[in-house]
Write a protein that binds this ligand. Structure first.
Ligand code: M6R
Length: 611
C-alpha cells in the first residue's frame, strides 16, 4: 500500500526521504519517487520510477536532487498500471506544485474532465494528478496556496493523505488527511510528515496525529494544524515509545522470522497486566454484567488473518460463554444490510487499524447504533481512534506483509475477552479461571519450546517442497488454525492450498487427493481426535502424504501420519496460539525454499486501505 514521507528543515531532504521510503517498503509498492525544491533553480524537481526503491536511488545517482524541502512516496497501483509516469509525486503543469497521495479520489474522472475543459493537460492515468492540477487552478486565481488547498478538499471525494509542496513557498509542506493515516514528526529545526511511524522514527519520536479533515502547515520551526473551517487546532504531542530496533530486522534474515521469534514476548506483554488473580482487566474496556446484559447480538468483523483470529474469538465465546456470535468478513458484512441496533456489539479485529473494509464496517455499525470494540495493533490508527472501546494487541510494529505475531496477539486478546465475558456472566468459576490463567502464564515458554524446534520444521520443508497441492484439515479450533496455516502458505510460498473442515473432505474435495498432495492435519482437540484421524487416514490411503500437528504425548498419531510436529500440552482453549506457530515456520521455510521474497510477497500489501 502507498507510503508518504516529507521533510522540511535545515538539512538535506533527499537522504531523509530515501531513508523514510526504505522504512515504508514493507507496506508493499510498485513504484517510488521524490520531489525536492532546488534553492538554485527555484524549481520543484521530481525523480520517480517504477519498481524498487533501489531503482529510484540509481536514478538519483545519475540526476541528483538537492534541497531542504521535499516529499516522497511509494505507490501501490490503483488507478493506472505501475509505471514511471503513474508514480508519485504528481505535479501541476510546470512542476510548480507537487503532490503525494495515499488513498483514492473517487470523483477524479469528473474533475479531470472539468479541468481538461479549462485547458489542463494530464500526463498520468492516476486520480492523484487531478489534485495537483486542481490546486494549481485555484492557486492561479489569487496566489493563496492554503486557500487553494481548502478549496480542493471541498471538491474531492474519497480518502486521502496528501503531502503538497510549491516552488513559490520553499519553506513549507502542506499536509491533509481524510480516511488515510498521516502523522507529523517534530524535530529541531526540521519537521516531517509520514503515512506511518517507521518512516520518521530515525529522526524523532514526537509526533502529532493528524485527524480526518485536518490541514497542516509545516515549516522547519513551526507546525500549525487547522480543521476544515480553517480554525487552528491545538494538539498534544504523542510520544512514540517503540524501540527503533523494533522496526528493524535485528539480525534476522527477514522481518517475518524476527516477528515469529518475538512471539513469546508478545504473548507475555498481552497477558502481563491483564490476567489478574480475581479476574481479567482489559485496558479501559468496561464489560461488566450490566454492560453485557444490554447486548443481545454480537458480531466479530475483520479481514484475512485478523478474521481467523476473530473466528477463534467467536468459537470461544460461543463455547465458553454460551452466547451466539456471528463472525463476518468485513467486505461481506458491509453489504448484507446486517441486523444492527443499540443492543449490538461489533468487535472489529485489525492489525493495522486502517483496513478499508473493516473501518467501513465499523462505521456502518456505529451509524446503526451498535457499540464497537476494536482489537487493534497500531496505536492511533483510524479504527483505534473511532471505536467506542479499544483493546490493543501490543505486538509492536509488524513489518512483514504476512501476519504472524499480530495474529498470535489477536488470538490471545480474543481468548482473554472470552474468559472475561465468561467470568462476568458466571459461566466459569474463579477456580476454573485460575487454572486457565496458570496455563496462559506458561504460554511464553511453550512458544519458545516450539521455536527451538525450527530445524525440525525445516526438515519437513525439504521433504515436502515438491508438493503441488496442500490441504489443511482440522475440526473445531483446529479447523481455524488450518485456515490461517493455509493462508500463510498461499501468501508467501505461492502454493495452492485449501483449508477444509476435516469432516467436509468426503463431500467433494477428496477427489483432488493424489500422490503429490500434502495434507497437513491439525489434531490438538483430543475430544475430536478419532474423527480427525479417520479423515487423515482417508487421505493417506489415496496416496497423500500426511504431516500432523498434535499435542506432546500423543503417540497414537504416528499411525496416521508420515510426520508429526508435536506442540507442548496446554488447555484446549489455548491450543490455537501454539498450533499456529509451526504453520508460520513451515510457510516461511517453504517460501524461502522456493526462492520467494518472504517479507514482500507478490501482489500483496501490508495494509489494505482500498476496498
Ligand atoms: O491490518 P488488518 O489486520 O486489518 O489486515 C487484515 C488483512 O489484510 C491481513 O490480515 C492479511 O490477511 C495479511 N496479509 C495476513 O498475513
Amino acid at each position: 500500500m502507498c507510503g508518504i514521507v516529507g521533510y522540511v528543515g535545515k538539512g538535506d531532504a533527499v537522504p531523509v526521504l530515501m531513508n523514510g521510503l526504505s522504512k515504508l517498503e514493507y507496506r508493499g509498492y510498485d513504484s517510488a519517487g521524490v520531489a525536492v525544491y532546488d534553492d538554485t533553480s527555484k524549481n520543484v524537481n521530481i525523480c520517480k520510477t517504477k519498481g524498487r526503491i533501489q531503482n529510484l536511488q540509481d536514478k538519483l545517482y545519475l540526476t541528483p536532487l538537492k534541497g531542504r524541502l521535499g516529499i516522497g512516496h511509494t505507490r501501490w497501483a490503483t488507478h493506472g498500471e505501475p509505471s514511471d509516469i503513474n508514480a508519485h509525486p504528481h505535479s501541476s503543469g510546470k512542476e510548480k506544485i507537487a503532490v503525494v497521495h495515499n488513498g483514492i479520489i473517487e470523483n477524479y474522472m469528473a474533475l479531470k474532465e472539468e479541468l481538461m475543459d479549462k485547458g489542463y493537460k494530464f500526463l498520468s492515468e492516476t486520480d492523484t494528478e487531478i489534485v495537483a492540477q486542481l490546486i494549481d487552478y485555484y492557486y492561479s486565481k489569487d496566489s493563496n496556496l492554503m486557500s487553494a488547498v481548502f478549496k480542493v478538499i471541498e471538491r474531492i471525494e474519497g480518502s486521502y493523505a496528501l503531502g503538497i509542496i510549491c516552488s513559490d513557498f520553499p519553506d513549507r509542506i502542506i499536509a491533509v488527511r481524510k480516511d488515510s493515516p498521516l502523522v507529523i514528526g517534530l524535530g529541531e529545526e526540521e519537521n516531517f510528515i509520514a503515512s506511518d511511524m517507521p518512516a520518521i522514527l530515525n529522526y524523532t519520536r514526537n509526533v502529532y496525529l493528524v485527524e480526518d479533515n485536518e490541514v497542516a502547515l509545516i515549516t522547519k520551526d513551526n507546525v500549525k494544524i487547522f480543521d476544515n473551517n480553517g480554525s487552528e487546532v491545538k494538539k498534544e504531542v504523542f510520544k512514540v515509545d517503540w524501540d527503533i530496533e523494533a522496526a528493524e530486522k535485528s539480525g534476522y534474515d527477514h522481518f517475518m522470522l524476527k516477528e515469529i521469534y518475538e512471539q513469546p514476548k508478545v504473548v507475555k506483554d498481552n497477558i502481563a497486566s491483564r490476567l489478574l488473580d480475581d479476574g481479567i482487566s482489559l485496558d479501559k474496556v468496561k464489560l461488566d454484567k450490566d454492560d453485557i446484559s444490554k447486548i443481545d447480538r454480537i458480531y466479530v468483523v475483520a479481514c484475512g488473518t485478523a478474521y481467523y483470529a476473530g473466528l477463534v474469538g467467536r468459537y470461544l465465546i460461543e463455547r465458553v460463554v454460551r452466547r451466539p456470535v456471528s463472525a463476518e468478513v468485513a467486505s461481506e458484512f458491509r453489504y448484507k444490510d446486517p441486523i444492527i441496533d443499540e443492543k449490538t456489539l461489533v468487535i472489529v479485529v485489525s492489525q493495522s487499524g486502517e483496513t478499508a473494509d473493516t473501518l467501513a464496517a465499523m462505521r456502518l455499525a456505529q451509524k446503526a447504533g451498535a457499540r464497537t470494540l476494536a482489537v487493534v495493533n497500531v496505536v492511533g490508527s483510524s479504527i483505534a481512534r473511532e471505536a467506542d472501546d479499544v483493546i490493543y494487541t501490543l505486538a509492536g510494529p509488524e513489518i512483514a506483509v504476512a501476519s504472524t505475531k499480530a495474529f498470535t496477539a489477536q488470538v490471545v486478546v480474543m481468548s482473554l475477552l472470552a474468559l472475561k465475558l465468561a467470568l462476568e456472566l458466571e459461566k466459569i468459576s474463579i477456580e476454573k479461571y485460575r487454572q486457565i490463567k496458570t496455563e496462559m502464564e506458561k504460554l511464553p515458554s511453550l512458544v519458545n519450546k516450539i521455536l527451538n524446534k525450527e530445524p525440525v520444521i525445516k526438515r519437513f520443508m525439504h521433504k515436502y517442497i515438491g508438493s503441488k497441492n496442500v490441504f489443511y484439515i482440522g475440526r473445531g479450533l483446529d479447523y481455524i488454525v488450518s485456515m490461517e496455516g493455509s493462508l500463510k502458505l498461499k501468501e508467501i510460498a505461492y502454493l495452492h492450498s485449501e483449508p477444509y473442515a476435516a469432516g467436509e473432505l468426503k463431500h467433494g474435495p477428496i477427489s483432488l487427493i493424489e500422490e503429490s498432495t500434502l495434507v497437513v492435519g491439525v489434531v490438538t482437540q483430543e475430544e475430536l481426535f478419532e474423527k480427525s484421524v479417520s479423515n487423515m487416514r482417508e487421505c493417506k490411503s489415496r496416496g497423500a502424504k500426511v504431516l500432523a500437528v498434535a499435542m506432546d504425548g500423543n503417540s497414537e498419531i504416528r499411525k496416521y501420519a508420515d510426520d508429526v510436529f508435536f506442540i507442548p500440552r496446554t488447555h484446549w482453549m489455548l491450543t490455537p496460539i501454539l498450533a499456529n506457530i509451526p504453520q508460520q515456520i513451515f510457510a516461511y521455510h517453504m517460501a524461502l525454499g522456493l526462492g520467494n521474497d518472504v517479507d514482500k510477497p507478490r501482489n500483496l500489501a501490508k495494509s489494505v486501505t482500498v476496498e
